[in-house]
Design a protein around this ligand. Structure first.
Ligand code: 3DU
Length: 216
């Protein structure tokens, strides 16, 4: 099954809790990051994780190993089940996140190529491939790869084997769920759900793509 992961980048605690409650039945996980945590505080994670869905911390950690470890420790003491870090910082920093996640029974996903247009400035030309190799070396659980470039994500799949791929860029950034859902383990959808007049209905629409797992 291709999971549906809500990127809950709303600006208040009330909005976050309300949308999580409405859409929860159609989701497999919720991802939060700087927009919500800076607005509502990290305790919003305790509240959302109490709802029962896995919670992923998208802080795109990119620091020296010690600071990365301190960030990851804080994340896993607030109910998160996964953390996202950058890969370009190198092996030791990625390992700090991977090891801390695994010490807490959690998962670590590494950004391998981003979904926005500017991502091609640095991730193309061999960098994404090198990060994918690092993911395998460090024992990370998976990668973040773009729904906006399914051919690149398909290429990255050949490099990481059965490790998980979570894919942002569906909906508001133009990524087509029917083109990516068969390649990846989870689609990450933000604005197309939380800005919808009917977030539950929108989430339900994306849930239809769960059955495409492994078809591309
Ligand atoms: O564009 P949306 O509103 O569907 O949100 C996408 C989410 O995924 C958002 O939280 C963003 O920060 C995150 N993300 C990307 O969009 C692209 C990446 O390469 C990595 C994370």
């Amino acid at each position: 099954m291709t999971e549906v992961i809500l990127a809950l980048d709303v600006g208040t605690r009330d909005a976050a809790v309300s949308i999580a409650e409405k859409t929860g039945p159609y989701l497999d996980a919720i991802k939060i990051g700087y927009p919500l945590v800076l607005a509502a505080g990290l305790t919003i994670a305790d509240e959302l994780s109490a709802g029962g869905l896995p919670l992923i911390a998208d802080f795109k950690v990119a620091d020296i190993p010690n600071t990365s470890r301190l960030i990851a420790e804080e994340v896993f003491s607030h109910g998160f089940s996964g953390i996202i870090c950058h890969g370009f910082v190198g092996r030791d920093s990625v390992l700090a996140c991977v090891d801390t996640a695994h010490d807490h029974g959690g998962e670590c996903y590494v950004v391998t190529e981003m979904s926005h247009p500017g991502a091609v400035d640095f991730f193309h030309g061999g960098i994404a491939e090198r990060i994918a190799a690092l993911v395998c070396e460090t024992g990370a659980d998976g990668i973040i790869a773009p729904a906006t470039r399914p051919e690149r994500t398909q290429m990255l799949r050949t490099l990481i084997g059965t490790r998980k791929i979570l894919s942002p860029g569906v909906g508001a950034q133009g990524g087509d769920p029917s083109a990516i859902a068969g390649i990846v383990d989870g689609i990450i959808v933000g604005r197309a759900i939380y800005e919808s007049a009917d977030p539950a209905g929108a989430a339900q629409q994306y849930a239809q793509f769960r059955s495409l797992r492994g078809t591309n």
